[in-house]
Design a protein around this ligand. Sequence first.
Ligand code: NAP
Length: 248
Amino acid sequence: MVLNGKAAIVTGSSRGIGRAIAFALAKEGAAVLVNYNSGADAAGEVSEAIQGAGGRALVYKANVADPAEAESMVKAAQAEFGKVDILVNNAGITRDNLIFRMKDEDWDAVIGANLKGAFNCIKFAGRSMFRNHFGRIINISSVVGITGNSGQANYSAAKAGLIGLTRAMAKELGSRNITVNAIAPGVIDTDMTRLLPENVRENMLAQVPLKRFGSPEEVAGLVVYLASEAAGYITGQTINIDGGIVCM
Ligand code: NAP
């Protein structure tokens, strides 16, 4: 187990990619704070499954966009686990619309959950890492943060912002042995993409060279690697996991 003795926070881990990340980190020996915003039952099931398999987990409700809630979540992890070694900023939402129809509240909500949430969590969890001279911060961005996407001005801006935040934090925190990387998934099979109209899903699939959507577990495998000692010299990077949608 490559993460024995480590303590992790995974934001938005009641469902989808975050849930798979929480399971994967716990399987490698990390204690995991399972964060959710509205899905208390789903988050409880994730925590019970981790504990049932012999791992350590703590469920915590916090809207990461709210600085006070993010801070109390980090304090809860420190109280339970004694430290935070790994922070995965995974919580995210979409509120798609064309720019002329996009409401201010849809812009604010998407920037809040996806980008400000990561800023809040890094600010509070980063202090523990700074003190301990060790940390792994992994921000879940998206390929649309690189390519942009029609109907997703808010989401594309938030995910591009996460890439900039990743680079800035890699430079600011590197001297304390804290690595900061971003993952840019393509289309992953979760509620977020399952709820899209069938014709939209088919159009997306047509753009994937590997001709299938990715699984949450495939993203989780990359998170485990970036959190491990083996990835200790990788920082400031954005790694695509997208079946080949973006080839650079
Ligand atoms: P999902 O199935 O919709 O799950 C989203 C998770 O985020 C849920 O656990 C939700 O918790 C949580 N969440 C949302 N807003 C939150 C907030 N303000 N505070 C705390 N938690 C919050 O989404 P997903 O597909 O797994 O996506 C996970 C991440 O990957 C997101 O950042 C997304 O943008 C990114 N991503 C996804 C894809 C894809 O194709 N699925 C592609 C690229 C990037 P509650 O249910 O409790 O609200």
